[in-house]
Design a protein around this ligand. Structure first.
Ligand SMILES: Nc1ncnc2c1ncn2[C@@H]1O[C@H](COP(=O)(O)OP(=O)(O)O)[C@@H](O)[C@H]1O
Ligand SMILES: O=COP(=O)(O)O
Ligand SMILES: [Mg+2]
Length: 559
């Protein structure tokens, strides 16, 4: 492996074009982008508004099977497929999410792709980028500080200090902050109460930024945030304590999509970054809808496996934004298929055709699930050096029996030259008009039935259980007019069930909803299941231990 360059070495050797030249490829005048240095820029809201009358290109989703902890290459394949489509003459723009510092310094690493399928400058993108996540963190925590300040100065709104639902956030993994007591230290510090921190990518402000269509919609949604409840259980909104205006000011620039480029100088929007287990896991509506006006094909990704990111892309993002995907690519890797076939993480490097075949049950269910939304599927076998021909043949044979194509892709090792076949097939499917997209459930279905529909039809659960308090809370929200909202199920990314060790395609399991949260600003109900955390912890040996500045002052260890 010594001669295999690291992601950061490849990214640092990139021959980048000035960001203005990348904008010109999309027809964006230099005066309509705001550069952040030479290789990053934001696109102006004025230019975006000027696009409204144009026709849309075709939207392609990249999703995946249930992953290993390292991830199976959705972001990498989104970049590779975008480069591949541009290589065969299809004007394509990719839309990615911004990486969170949590996984970057924790376990997973960055989210700018990998190998020869990356967006650059990867260090900037994986670290502070254009400051959007810091802006989201500040806006979220401004609201938190205004709540405690409101309590301190007499609590005119009558907030029940035991029922403040709004927590604080930080864009880092820190289990020590999950549950805290604030305002200790005496009367001058306010009224002590229990609260805690979530990771910024789980913030409702992040979801709002990703679902708002413009600044006016952003501010309205911010005002709709429920910060807590009064003793009579009536909700208190962010606008009740006059927080929405200042929050919108903090988010004004973050609302504009970020423009960067791939290693092959193709344009990419990178904007917004919710996780797909604890949030809806899709990049922003503004970036996606703008991209559809600027390119013939738009390739975007949704987090984790299709049971999470794709379901939420379809049932939340596409439903709310009126998007109609033309095709979906399901990324499968031999290593993740083996893991779903029962092989432990330590043994994934050895050939095991039987385990691959067993693990194909996971892929088969994801294919059936995506088709349930009326979207045609192409399988991308994201090739790893350790894969064997026998293992690949087993996957292709399994998928062909389902009437789909499984195409071996080598974009990580070869860039666009390694993904032409996938690009041709995906373009053909997207152009075919086969897609007949429809969400999984109607708006007017009762909330608990929406949760049961996702759990039964996507996860193949036999039953959904929920405490009486959660059921009563859902009923109350329906009485208050929130019954038409979609649901966002927070679940482990490793299994169709809520047990991360139950791999493959489990049937008949029970999904227990332990808590429900109303994201009134984002416009969805979060149903938290199993032991999923909204503030992840760090592993015994975090990636941060291997990230440092070398003697030349360059960053080492980011991947
Ligand atoms: N074909 C491949 N061979 C080797 N490493 C890969 C390959 N595809 C992706 N990776 C690496 O795996 C990790 C996860 O890839 P990523 O695209 O971020 O996955 P996802 O978006 O599904 O989480 C990254 O470090 C990436 O560089
Ligand atoms: O929300 C998770 O995203 P990835 O699957 O890209 O890590
Ligand atoms: Mg990713």
């Amino acid at each position: 492996m010594g001669d295999v360059k690291t992601d950061i070495e490849i990214a640092r050797a990139a021959r980048k074009l000035p960001i203005q030249a990348i904008g010109e490829k999309l027809g964006i005048p230099a005066a309509q982008i705001m550069p952040y240095g030479h290789d990053k820029a934001k696109v102006s809201a004025e230019f975006i508004r000027s696009l409204s009358g144009r026709p849309d290109g075709k939207l392609i989703l990249v999703t995946a099977i249930n992953p290993t902890p390292a991830g199976e290459g959705k972001t990498t394949t989104t970049v590779g497929l975008g480069d591949g489509l541009n290589r065969i003459g299809r004007k394509t723009l990719i839309c990615l999410r911004e990486p969170s510092l949590g996984p970057c310094f924790g376990v997973k690493g960055g989210a700018a792709g990998g190998g020869y399928a990356q967006v650059v400058p990867m260090e900037d993108i994986n670290l502070h980028f254009t400051g959007d996540f810091h802006a989201i963190t500040s806006a979220h925590n401004l609201l938190a500080s205004l709540i405690d300040n409101h309590l301190y100065w007499g609590n005119e709104q009558g907030i029940d200090s035991r029922r403040v639902s709004w927590r604080r956030v930080m864009d880092m993994n820190d289990r020590a902050l999950r549950e805290v007591v604030c305002s200790l230290g005496g009367a001058t510090n306010g009224y002590p109460r229990e609260t805690g921190f979530d990771i910024t990518v789980a913030s409702e402000v992040m979801a709002i930024l990703c679902l708002a269509v413009d600044l006016e919609d952003l501010e309205r949604r911010l005002g709709d945030i429920i910060i807590g409840y009064r003793r009579d259980r009536s909700p208190v909104f962010a606008r009740d304590i006059k927080a929405d205006g200042a929050m919108a000011v903090l988010l004004k620039d973050a609302m504009q999509p970020n423009l960067v480029q791939t290693l092959e100088n193709n344009p990419a929007f990178v904007h917004g970054g919710p996780f797909a287990n604890i949030a809806h896991g899709c990049n922003s509506v503004v970036a996606t809808k703008t991209a559809l006006k600027l390119a013939d094909y738009v390739v975007t990704e949704a987090g984790f496996g299709a049971d999470l990111g794709a379901e939420k892309f379809f049932d939340i993002k596409c439903r709310k934004a009126g998007l109609k995907p033309a095709a979906a690519v399901i990324v499968a890797t031999i290593r993740a298929l083996k893991m779903n076939g029962g092989v432990s993480k330590e043994d994934l490097g050895h050939e095991n055709v039987d385990a691959v075949t067993r693990g194909c049950s996971n892929l088969g269910r994801h294919i059936a699930n995506v088709r349930r939304f009326g979207v045609p599927v192409v399988v991308a076998i994201n090739h790893f050096i350790s894969d064997t021909e026998a293992e690949i043949a087993a996957v292709r044979e399994y998928v062909s029996r389902l009437g789909a194509d499984a195409i071996v892709c080598r974009h990580w090792a070869e860039g666009s030259a390694g993904v032409e076949e996938l690009a041709r097939r995906v373009a053909e499917v997207a152009d075919s008009g086969q897609s007949a997209f429809k969400p999984l459930y109607p708006d007017n279905m009762p909330l608990m039935e929406k949760i049961e529909t996702v759990a039964s039809k996507i996860y193949h659960a036999a039953e959904v259980t929920a405490d009486k308090a959660a059921r009563d809370q859902l009923a109350t929200w329906e009485e208050q007019g929130y019954g038409n909202l979609p649901v966002c199920i927070a679940k482990t990314q490793y299994s169709f069930s809520t047990d991360p060790n139950l791999r493959g395609a489990p049937e008949g399991h029970v999904v227990h909803v332990r808590e429900v949260r109303l994201s009134a600003g984002a416009g969805f109900i979060v149903a938290i299941t199993g032991e999923i955390m909204t503030m992840p912890g760090l592993p015994r040996s975090p990636s941060s231990e291997r990230i440092f500045l070398n003697e030349q002052g360059y960053i080492e260890g980011l991947f």
